[in-house]
Every structure is written in structure tokens, then in C-alpha cells.
Design a protein around this ligand. Structure first.
Ligand code: NAD
Ligand code: WQD
Length: 355
């Protein structure tokens, strides 16, 4: 990327349009954007969230923001809203994210994720907005040719969800090239977990959680009887899968750093967001029991199709380009998840009731 001087202080006072801002990572990022005095407009169809999460954000910070219900596939509405809001930059969280569902309904995933991003880019072009931070995923790498994964690792996603991210990354690269002074930061998240320290916002999966941390916390709170551990015969310290869990508050901070970076540079950069440290399933269970004081019953079952033994980030590029590094560890991840879960045993249940 090359530096440019068009924005005096790239880190403060921006107009930030946030797609999918009512979701898990979006809400945590909003708290930090608003605390840093950025002006925000959230655009979300609440297909995997509810406006209650945004009310919780309002309770946490002393700044209001715009909120529009809409679908990113609706180009006309996006064009109108973006034209009115006139953003400096877009953070693009909106999309569908279940690996299993994507393999069953790939066209739906291409429609929301890829088609939705095409509509967003067209609306951004109409509004002359040339900067974007995109929620990508470590899943774009596929099976490890070497570890830790750095950003030059070959991209070979092994499921339909990952392929939607792969195609969006390519499209954003082309959009930036054609745009002259445009910029895109593609944040490749590893495994986001944890919650805001207040316990007011957190991850609230619909139905049975696909991911480890929400499953563990629902067992601890008594919503589910037993955690299935997907294999203990991997080539890892204790035979269970090893992942690079990243605290969602650290992940949110990476977005703020990426906004600053994109406002000060042109070009397209893919950047890993992880800690560089792996934690196994059994280590996570033990840490959660310690943080919650609850027993987490588990049973080892067979391997889950598509799982790899180990996924860990080389997170040095984030430090080099963004000046960002993870600060919070597994104990904070478990303690904050437990606080959120125990204060909200059914999540934002009250979908449709008061927040
Ligand atoms: P989330 O489901 O909590 O948030 C996504 C938000 O987008 C939700 O509020 C949902 O209602 C909204 N949305 C979905 N489709 C939409 C559409 N067509 N139009 C408008 N809004 C729509 O998910 P999250 O965990 O906060 O993830 C945010 C982004 O990060 C997603 O793009 C996801 O693929 C990506 N990501 C997540 C993880 C993870 O493990 N959570 C890991 C890597 C990447
Ligand atoms: C972690 C570990 C499982 C659940 C997924 C997506 C990835 C990204 C993050 C969006 C593995 C084990 C899990 C359970 C278990 N999402 N496990 N019992 O698979 O690393 O990544 O979420 O971009 O794309 O693939 O995360 O939390 O599902 O699994 O034993 O009930 O926990 O086998 O070792 P994963 P996960």
C-alpha cells in the first residue's frame, strides 16, 4: 500500500457505515467506534440478531448513532442510505457465517455474501466512498501447508462459506485496483470468542451453537447437557483440535486500527487477526470450568468432517501495519463469556420483548 495525505488524522472523527452492526462482532466494534467519537450508521436486516443488541450498545456508550433496517442485497436502499450518510469508510460485517448451512444451501450463501457485497460496492461507488474494512476469515486458507498461517499462505477454502469469502476478497482487490486511490483491509479472523466486560453484549447463536465456546457456555449454564468433543486423536498436545481464539474486544480494536490504516493508505491488504497462540478443546474446557466455577460435562465423539488438527495465525503483519496486537488471553475470554452467559442465560431472548 502507499501512503497518502488526504485525511488529517486518520484515527478520529470518521463517518463509518457498518453493515451487520447488530451482530456479535459488530456490536463490540460499535462500542469502540462510538467511544472514539466516530459517527456511525448501522445497516442490518436482523436475520441473525435483533435491534435489542443495539439498545444494549446505547446503554454502554454515551453516544447515539443511526440505525437502518435493510438487506445488503437491496442495492437501491443501500444507495439511498449511503448517499444520505455520506461515509468516509464502510466496515462490512453483514453476511451469513455457518459452514454447515453453507454446504447445504450454497446459493443462499453466494447470494447474501457475494451478491450482497456487489450491491454494497455499487452503492459505495455511487456515494464516492472508496474505503472498506471487510470481515474475512482464516477459513480462506484451507488445509495448512505450513503453520502458523501467514498472509502469503495459499488460499484454498474447503467449504462453500470459505469460498464466498475468497471470492469477495478477490473482488475487493479488483475494485481497489480499478479505483485508483481506493483502499480495502481484509481482516482474516481466526476464532473470535468472549464478550464485553460489562456482560451486556455477547454472542447469541440461534439454535444449537456450531462453535465451541458458545456450546461450552450453554452446557455450563444448564441449557445443554453435554459437550461433544469432536475427536481426541489429532496430532496435538492432548489429541483435541487446537485453535487460535481471539477475544472479540481485541478483534474490535483491530477494526479501529484498520479504519485508521485504510484512511491513511491506498491499496488492498489482507491481515490475519489472531493471537499466534493455540488452545486445545480440552484446555478451553478446563479454562472455562475455572472461570465459571461450573463443571462442563463432555463426551468424546468422532471427528467433525472438514476439521483440521491445528489452526494458528502468524499475527505479525497486524502489528507491523496496524500497530495492533492481541492483549487478552484465554482467562479473559472465558470469564467474559461466562459473565455474558450468566447475566443473559437465554441470550437476548427476549427477542421481541424489552432489552
Ligand atoms: P453475526 O451473525 O452475529 O453478525 C452478522 C450480522 O449481519 C447480523 O446482525 C445479521 O443480522 C446481519 N446480516 C446477515 N445477512 C444480512 C444481509 N443480507 N443484509 C443485512 N444484514 C445481514 O456474525 P458475526 O460473528 O458478528 O460475524 C460478522 C462477520 O464476520 C461475518 O461476515 C462473518 O462471516 C465474519 N466472520 C465471523 C467469524 C466468527 O467466528 N464469528 C469468523 C470469521 C469471520
Ligand atoms: C473449534 C474446535 C472443533 C464444537 C469455525 C469456522 C471458521 C470461523 C470460526 C467463520 C474444533 C471443536 C467445536 C463442538 C468441538 N467462522 N469443537 N465440539 O471450526 O475452528 O472455525 O468458526 O468464519 O470459518 O469453520 O471453530 O468453534 O467450530 O471449533 O469439539 O461442539 O472445537 O472440532 O477443534 P472452527 P469451532
Amino acid at each position: 500500500m502507499t501512503a497518502r495525505n488526504t485525511i488529517d488524522d486518520p484515527h478520529t472523527g470518521k463517518r463509518v457505515f457498518v453493515t451487520g452492526g447488530a451482530g456479535y462482532i459488530g456490536t463490540h466494534t460499535l462500542v469502540q467506534l462510538l467511544s472514539e467519537r466516530h459517527s456511525v450508521c448501522v445497516f442490518d436486516n436482523y436475520s441473525n440478531s435483533s435491534p435489542q443488541s443495539l439498545e444494549r450498545v446505547r446503554r454502554l456508550v454515551n453516544h447515539d448513532f443511526d440505525q437502518v433496517e435493510g438487506d445488503i442485497r437491496d442495492e437501491a436502499k443501500l444507495t439511498r442510505v449511503l448517499g444520505e450518510f455520506n461515509p468516509d469508510i464502510v466496515i462490512h460485517f453483514a453476511g451469513l457465517k455457518s459452514v454447515g448451512e453453507a454446504n447445504l444451501f450454497p446459493v443462499k450463501y453466494y447470494e447474501h455474501n457475494v451478491q450482497g457485497t456487489i450491491a454494497l460496492l455499487k452503492a459505495m461507488d455511487a456515494a464516492k466512498c472508496k474505503r472498506i474494512v471487510f470481515s474475512s476469515s482464516a477459513t480462506v486458507y484451507g488445509a495448512a501447508k505450513y503453520l502458523p498461517y501467514d498472509e502469503n499462505h495459499p488460499l484454498a477454502p474447503e467449504n462453500a462459506y470459505g469460498r464466498t469469502k475468497y471470492h469477495i476478497e478477490g473482488m475487493l482487490g479488483d475494485w481497489v485496483k480499478a479505483g485508483g486511490d481506493a483502499s480495502a483491509v481484509l481482516l482474516r479472523y481466526f476464532n473470535p470468542v468472549g464478550a464485553h466486560e460489562s456482560g451486556l453484549i455477547g454472542e447469541d447463536p440461534n439454535d444449537v451453537p456450531n462453535n465451541l465456546m458458545p456450546f461450552i457456555s450453554q452446557v455450563a449454564i444448564g441449557r445443554r447437557d453435554v459437550l461433544g468433543i469432536f475427536g481426541n486423536d489429532y496430532d496435538t498436545r492432548d489429541g483435541t483440535g487446537e485453535r487460535d481464539y481471539i477475544h472479540v474486544v481485541d478483534l474490535a480494536a483491530a477494526h479501529l486500527a484498520a479504519v485508521g490504516y485504510a484512511c491513511a493508505h491506498t491499496g488492498c491488504e489482507a491481515i490475519n487477526v489472531g493471537t499466534g497462540t493455540g488452545v486445545t478443546v480440552l484446555e478451553m474446557v478446563a479454562a472455562f470450568e475455572k472461570a465459571s466455577g461450573r463443571k462442563v460435562a463432555y463426551r468424546v465423539t468422532g471427528r467433525r468432517e472438514g476439521d483440521v488438527a491445528t489452526s494458528v495465525a502468524d499475527a505479525t503483519k497486524a502489528l507491523r501495519l496496524l500497530g495492533w496486537t492481541a492483549r487478552l488471553g484465554i482467562d479473559e475470554m472465558c470469564a467474559s463469556t461466562w459473565k455474558w452467559q450468566s447475566k443473559n442465560p437465554q441470550g437476548y431472548v427476549q427477542r421481541g420483548k424489552a432489552a
